[in-house]
Ligand binder design. Sequence first.
Ligand code: AMP
Ligand code: MG
Length: 413
Amino acid sequence: MIDFRKAQELVLQRAKSFGTETVPLGQAAGRVLAETVRADRDYPPFDRASMDGFAIRYGDVEKGMRRFVIVETLLAGYVPQQAIAEGECYKIMTGAAVPGSADTVIRRENAEEKNGVIELPELPVEALPAATFPAPVDPRFPWRPFQNIARKGEDLRSGEVVIDRACVCTPPVMGLLATLGHINLKVERLPSIGLLTTGDEVVPAGDAVSPVQIRNSNRWLLESALKNAGAPVVAWDHAPDDPALIRQRIEAFADKDILICCGGVSAGDADYVPGVLEAMGAERLFHKVAMRPGKPVWCGVSKEGKIIFALPGNPFSCLVNMTLLIAPFLRACYGLPPAEPLGLAMGAPRKKRSPLDEFFPVFVSGSPARLTPVTLNGSGDIRLGRQANALALHPANEDDLAEGAMVACYSFV
Ligand code: AMP
Ligand code: MG
């Protein structure tokens, strides 16, 4: 039996892009960008006032001038009508372009304005605001040239690469793309996924259940996890535990990019899925991984070269296999770097239950962050560690974990 890292490696070796497509910005949130993006101009595009105040010529204060006549008020987006001369200033608002004739912005609260004229008080050296670092040119005057001005191009130069590899369109990326006027984006195409749940006892969640039937929870668990993992295009079907019917349903998903089966992969009398897949010519990458839960998982590649995941039916096993195998596979297909687990301290001790790598649900909280194990009565516990926000690993080679022990922690998708 292979360990989960080897299983991940075998899966990742089969990762490849599903192609690219162009979408408008309005449809790009959460998608993976598949192009290099450059700055279309300098950013800031102009010398930008970063405070409300008064724009002056620093040379004037060097000469000892402290009184300035306001010649114009500049709001954001305004173009000045005239340049300022000696003894003159603009009243200027945050976000406005600082005209070339000015080079320093004095904050509104640091000047006294009366009848269209401002006076700058001289402050003793001790009163210098911390923001004047590095030291001002004139110690009696606590500002320096270009104070409170974000210089043109200080963030980005025109043509500079801003995004240079696959990247998820998160809220900051969306904001950045809009700023750059990049409104049609090349993104990774979404794979189509066929999801086949199996089991004689499993009925749709809305149907009446007999005392020995259970509702199909994994369909909804997996569909929502896939959506979170950036693969929302899912066609679902269900098959009873009948090899011919399982085969028929799988054949109907032949056009899908990825096949996910659920249930019927262990060693029970009604566990037909791996046998059916292999009879259909699928190449097995592995069957069974030395992890708990999720040990019975089967993974392979169809004759047509499509990846197939066949997960055990216990809901928590499904969630663990989804988190550790399917989500990393999707990331790799999209060209994203692997999501590295975080090392965090246990907030409580934990007993080892098996000689395998054990994954258990945890709630991460606090500062510094600690892990509190969430009660779960085995992989069939329908509560699924609901309060948990991550999975932690109790390694195969470690005995009971003491409080404070460092463990690897994997975010749920
Ligand atoms: P299996 O992997 O088919 O041996 O199923 C293991 C356990 O998971 C059994 O208790 C099944 O009833 C349950 N199970 C299988 N499929 C589902 C499903 N789609 N939703 C909820 N539970 C399931
Ligand atoms: Mg079954």
